[in-house]
Design a protein around this ligand. Structure first.
Ligand SMILES: Nc1ncnc2c1ncn2[C@@H]1O[C@H](COP(=O)(O)OP(=O)(O)O)[C@@H](O)[C@H]1O
Ligand SMILES: [Mg+2]
Length: 340
């Protein structure tokens, strides 16, 4: 398997008045070519900051302080703003969780996508307009020709999310980071958008990085996954391997608290405790204060993810001792869910 991107020891800190927020503190994982990669973790674990760091758009007071992002043999962290601007949209693109951050309310939807196309492709205005209508149709906006002239607020939330995806796609990126594309949507629309993303990925031949807090979305969409917690990688590997035999207590906690779908309302799962303060993170493994398996040794050093099984890495230093217990917890939780 070839990697299209290698993220190595990435550290992104926010220099706030309250102190230095260590949002990413040594994040390492690879994105393989032609494989949908999931980036999962609770809110605040560093998923969005990872994508922003890769794209070179970390907002102030944030800064990448260490690490590398290797893409086509080049380290993106070392590139100038101008070089990154060229890469963004062209080779690497992002669609944001909240489409209102990527769609400007005062311009028509059509003109906003057209602008992206004209910036990245050598086409006339007329050709660009045609391309916009095509891409709107691709994301299943009906009557695209008329709707080209409408403003973002005239569309439903689900449509706006699809338009934001269309905008991200219109530059024909090699990699698209889709940041929680369905979190704001109800479950029926969610299924539609996920199907659409799979279809687009196939048709456009691009690599997709799905950012989500939802293991269900990972199961449905991804072949590989990286689990983030408090700015560190807990586990990375094949989705199948991780769902069958998670090798980290945090992943097991995520898997045993899969959100239950009640009618059309998505309920977020809860793991006891809260994500730590990233200005004063706990010593050692960042998950240890919430981990039911933690021992003194877990407080001592910050573990990196190492290969436990082929292609499957874990950052839990006690994994050999506890993996049997993790499996039986998972089995028990699955039996309970089935009997509900
Ligand atoms: N502009 C900012 N200033 C200070 N801290 C920030 C800023 N943006 C993000 N962070 C911090 O970085 C951490 C990771 O955030 P984020 O990547 O948005 O999490 P996720 O996308 O996984 O929910 C959080 O602790 C968050 O508070
Ligand atoms: Mg986020």
């Amino acid at each position: 398997m070839t990697n299209i991107m290698e993220i190595e020891n990435l550290k992104t800190y926010f220099y706030t008045e309250a102190g230095i927020v260590k949002a990413l503190d040594g994040v390492t994982f690879n994105i393989e070519e032609d494989v949908t990669h999931g980036l999962v973790g609770e809110s605040g674990s560093g998923k969005t900051v990872t994508a922003l760091s890769v794209l070179g758009i970390v907002p102030s007071p944030g800064k990448i302080v260490d690490g590398r992002v290797m893409f086509h043999g080049e380290n993106l962290v070392e590139k100038s703003d101008k070089e990154m601007q060229k890469l963004r949209g062209n080779k690497i693109s992002i669609s944001f969780q909240d489409p209102s951050t990527s769609l400007n309310p005062v311009f028509t939807v059509g003109s906003q996508i057209q602008e992206v196309i004209m910036r990245h492709q050598d086409v006339t205005k007329e050709e660009a307009k045609k391309a916009v209508i095509e891409i709107l149709e691709t994301v299943r906006i009906s009557e695209a020709e008329q709707r080209y002239y409408e403003y973002p607020h005239q569309f439903s939330t689900g449509m706006r999310q699809r338009i934001a995806i269309a905008r991200a796609l219109s530059a024909r990126p090699e990699i698209l980071f889709a940041d929680e594309p369905t979190t704001a949507l109800d479950v029926t629309i969610e299924a539609q958008v996920l199907n659409l993303m799979q279809e687009l990925q196939k048709n456009f031949g691009m690599d997709l990085v799905m950012i989500t807090h939802d293991m269900g979305v990972i199961a449905e969409m991804c072949k590989r996954v990286t689990v983030l917690y408090a700015g560190r990688v807990c586990e990375t590997g094949d989705v199948r391997s991780i769902f069958h035999e998670p090798l980290h207590p945090y992943t097991t906690a995520l898997l045993t608290s899969v959100p239950s779908v009640l009618g059309r309302i998505k309920r977020l799962a809860v793991i006891p405790g809260t994500i730590p303060d990233l200005i004063y993170p706990p010593p050692g493994c960042r998950f240890h204060p919430r981990c039911t398996f933690a021992k003194d040794i877990c407080k001592q050093e910050m573990p990196d993810a190492v290969e436990i099984k082929k292609g499957h890495k874990s950052a839990c230093i006690r994994i050999d001792e506890i993996k049997g217990e993790l499996l039986s917890r998972l089995k028990q939780a699955r039996e309970e869910m089935e009997s509900e």
